[in-house]
Every structure is written in C-alpha cells, then in structure tokens.
Ligand binder design. Sequence first.
Ligand code: CA
Length: 438
Amino acid sequence: MSLINHTHDTSLTSWVASANTLNNDFPIQNLPFAIFRRKGSQEAFRGAVAIGDQVVDLAALASLGLYDGAVQKALVNASKPQLNDLMAMEQSTWSALRCALSAALATGSEHQAKLESILIAQADIEFDLPCRIGDYTDFYTSINHATTIGSIFRPENPLLPNYKWVPIGYHGRSSSITVSGKDFHRPCGQTKAPAATEPSFGPCKRLDYEMEVGIYIGAGNEMGEAIDIDQADQHIFGMCLFNDWSARDIQGWEYQPLGPFLAKNFASTVSPWIITNEALAPYREAWSRDAADPQPLPYLDSEQNSALGSYDVQLEVTLQTAKMREEGQAGQKITRTSFNHSYWTVAQMVAHHTVNGCNLQPGDFFGSGTQSGPSLDQVGSMMELTGAGKNSFTLENGESRVFLEDGDAVIMSGFCEKAGAARIGFGEVRSTILPAKA
Ligand code: CA
C-alpha cells in the first residue's frame, strides 16, 4: 500500500514564502513534527510542524478551533510536551492531520490569516526530545559497516554466520538520548591496550560518531502479538538523524561476552524533527537480496517489502573542529551515503523485533545501526574512515584526526530528492565534545 497522495504533489506551494525556496529542508511536502518552545522562555514545550524557516505552534492551532473530529483530537495530542499520544493514534489519523496541515499552509488557504498569527521563526525556538522514548533498540543493518568492523576483529572471518539471516540488534539505553545541540563530556572508563597486562582508567581516547537513521514507533502491538511485515507502515511514525556516539577503546575491552555497555550509553543525539513515514513515501524504493545470499525467511519477506522496503535518504557527516569554529568555518563534509544501502529494511526490523511477541510502544526508538556505503567516502564512523585508528586523515585546513578530539562538533544532515518529487530535508543533528570531567 502506497502512502503517496496529493500532499506530495510537486505543484503544491505555500503562502509561507521561505517554504518555496530551492533546497530548503521544509517545503509543504515535508511537514515534520518536533517539540519546541520560544528560546530562553519558560513556556511549556509543545508540538510544532515546520514550514520553511517558520514553525506552526500546534497548541495554538488546536485552540483556534478550526477543526473537529480526528484532526482536532490529533492536534490536542500534538499540543502536549511529548508527542507520544499523537504517535499512539492510527496511521489514518496521522494522515488526516497531515492533509489538514497541508491545506492550511497551501497557497490560497482560507486559514492563512489565522495561521500567520501563530507562526514562530525557527531562529527563535529551542527543542526538546520529541517524545518520551521508552525503549531504544540499536540495529546493525549496514553490511558494509558490519563487514569492515568485523574485519578489524576477525580478518579471516569478518561477517558472523547469523548476519545474513537475522536483523541483528541489541537493547540500548534511552535515558542518555538527547536532542541536537546538547553537548556532552568525553566519557571516562576502563580501557586496555593490547600489549598491556592490566586495564587502566581514564578519558576515552578513541571517541567516535555513528551516522544512523532513527526510527520512531507509533502505534504499538500487544505483548504476544507479532506485527506482520506488511503492517509495519501502520506502526512507523517517522524518522530522524541519529548520532550514536561510541567509545571504541572502552568497547574493545568490555564487549565480550555480552556486547557493548558503557561504550554506548553515555550519549546519543537525535535531530529535533521527525520526518513522518508518510512524508518519506515518494523516496521508497525496491529492495532486493543478492541471489547468492540467503533469501529472507518468510516472516521477513513480502511483495510489498520487495517493492517499497528501501528508503533513499541521503546522509552526510560534517566535522567542525574548534579551530574551524574560531575561524568562522562551517566545517568539512567527510561522508555522504544513502540509507538505501541497508541490508535489512525498516519493515523487517519491525517484523523481527515483534516476531517473538515483544511489545513495541508509542515513542519506542530504533537506531538503524551505522550506515556505510561501499566506498571510503561513504562510511558512517571514524573507526572505518581511519581503519580502526591506523590511518589519520587530513582535513582541508591542515589539521588531522584519528578519532574525535575535544572541541570537535559533529553535524549530521539528511535529505531526500527524486525526479517527480519535492526535495525534503531532515534538518541537522549537532553536538560538540567537551573535555572529560576531572
Ligand atoms: Ca549504534
């Protein structure tokens, strides 16, 4: 079932002029959600939808009383400090809200005058996490990433035998997920150099980013009831950019036998805007598995997944060192890849996660795992970029890096573009590394 409808038409324009400019992230075909308030204020956080360089205050829109029925109920839920109650609604209700917002913001809207009074410039707002994230699951869906990382630890046998059968994942930690702009201190922990006889304690020396797509679950499933792969779209609210910071040296010592622990749970950062699954519909693509590889088991396979399972989301990483910042430089782009390289689809992640009866809840969050394309300029971590720290890379301003240094800011951005569809953007996720606490 395609989610494409008239809200995706490229001919649609908005009376908000900035939404109609070339390469702007938030044209009327996007309409992503976030939680916001005016910068520096003590206002209650509430929902917003982005349009050009402005946002519509959804709490104010709810109180205008322009709507009734499901749309008004959705607006009331979007007025709360977290979007979980909106996410818990049915896909048809999210779609009805999108349709109403599209009409209200379109050129010639009867509601233009009223909505003009409740626009706020994006430059004047600050964000909070868009929802209460109950559980965070981190997948590992990039076979390029899994192979490169595996080859560092097991050169003769990089990919473990389960990889091509199971969408590999582990349960992460949600308490340390924060929204873009929140900086954090370099973590401390136990590390052990290969030649050392004992571990030592101190600041992480191999701090890395992970370029991931974040997936927000909408309506959940009852415990004991699996979500069929073809029902996944009813449960996927939307996506964001996700930097799942990693302490590689801490990970290397602690990860056996139960996997990473403190190397992964000190900070993870999401972009503020949730691009809805419906907004992403035009950029979905056919998904297939190499004939030489194992084909997915029946519960991970369907015609719909093969026809539309993949999402072509362009992903970019920019590094801005402290020196660049002092000199007024925006940073240097070091990676560009697409989510369509993923070995497993989002629908397969949802089907696999629930096949044992595990219940997902509104606001649950999946990390896609680090997304890496096949070439070195498409890798989603410094671990891959530097061959696990063996090769430093030189930036255009002459600085070099092996892993991240204090003062480095990592900025991830994303967008979708395709012939016959509008270009929509994800905004950005940005965070700066502060020195370890003494
Ligand atoms: Ca991760």
